[in-house]
Design a protein around this ligand. Structure first.
Ligand code: ADP
Length: 303
């Protein structure tokens, strides 16, 4: 994708398959092309080359307005309409697509509850009567109004303080789990990416450097750039995110008697490993799937 007058493409040679029902995070420093890439999905940006498919359909074959009704979009500048109540803001798209009044009202209340705003208190207020965090909750509710299968979120929580931001991250994770929405989430914040992502896509100067599950990426950064971006040398981060499964070796008859779950984080595993000389059995349910020892953890933490 090359913007008019630009000397080089802002997004270049990108091939990315986003899995349905997953939360994919586009991560990278400002200007690396994240917004440009995400906006090609709802045709706010028309690529100068290449194709974007949603559910197998080339987005160019769908009218942009109709396309955007079916794809939720949340950005940092929330863009609620100030002269409309919260309920009216959430009801915009349902109304456009011709839902009955009763259905819109029921859906509005359901969504307000979903984002933890009491409908009876909030539905008739105006955006200026809400805090930034509350407004962004309404932004999320509005984007979900007609149950989009795809939700694009471009630095949606960038302007919020850390506590509010954290709580909205948890909300989004819960919504995504419950509704199975496919979410593409743009951020330059590594901690946000690690907290939210099923898969992280690291971008650098318009290209994709690595696309991987967070723990895998943390354990095996493809390039020094990815390692630095993720702060893979941050021991606390590695302890919290790396799992026994990522570091275990093949089952070992000499291992035991101590046991660990394959899904345990290193932070949890460390207690067992520090007090168990030798190798520890790794289980997945009742199955023995591997073995691990302190040396493996030490090597992983050393990077
Ligand atoms: P990010 O979202 O990672 O911060 P962007 O996709 O916004 O990156 O920008 C990628 C590059 O494209 C930057 O060099 C930026 O200046 C350029 N760019 C973004 N939007 C436009 C535009 N509308 N016109 C011209 N250049 C743009």
């Amino acid at each position: 994708m090359t913007y008019p007058g630009a000397t080089r493409p802002s997004v270049d040679g990108v091939s990315l398959m986003v899995n349905a029902g997953e939360l994919t995070v586009l991560l990278g420093p400002s200007g690396c092309g994240k917004s440009t890439l995400v906006r090609t999905v709802n045709r706010l940006v028309e690529p100068t080359a290449g194709t974007v498919l949603v559910d197998g359909t080339d987005v160019r074959t769908t009218d942009p307005i109709a396309l955007r009704r079916g794809i939720g979009y949340v950005i940092q500048a929330i863009g609620l309409f100030g002269h409309m109540t919260i309920a009216q803001n959430i009801g915009i798209v349902p109304e456009l697509v011709g839902w009955e009044r009763t259905r819109i009202d029921a859906r509005t209340d359901e969504l307000l509850e979903r984002v933890r705003l009491d409908p009876s208190r909030y539905r008739n207020r105006y955006p200026r009567e809400l805090s930034g965090g509350e407004q962004q909750r309404v932004g999320v509710a509005r984007a979900l109004a007609v149950e989009p299968r795809v939700l694009l979120m471009d630095e949606p929580f960038g302007a919020l303080d850390p506590v509010v931001r954290r709580s909205l991250q948890e909300e989004i994770r819960a919504i995504q789990r419950d509704l199975g929405t496919t979410i593409v989430f743009v951020t330059h914040d590594v901690d946000e990416a690690l907290r939210l992502a099923d898969r992280i896509v690291v971008m650098q100067a318009g290209r994709i450097v690595q696309a991987e599950r967070p723990e895998q990426m943390l354990a095996h950064p493809a390039t020094p750039y990815v390692a630095e971006l993720l702060g893979t040398d941050d021991v606390g981060r590695r302890l919290a995110l790396l799992r026994v499964r990522d570091l275990m070796s093949a089952p070992d008859a000499a291992a035991g008697p101590a046991e660990l779950d394959a899904e345990a984080t290193l932070r949890i595993a460390l207690g067992t490993l520090l007090t168990s000389p030798g190798r520890v059995v790794v289980r997945e349910g009742t199955r023995i799937v591997g073995a691990i020892d302190l040396a493996a953890v030490r090597a992983a933490l050393a990077g």
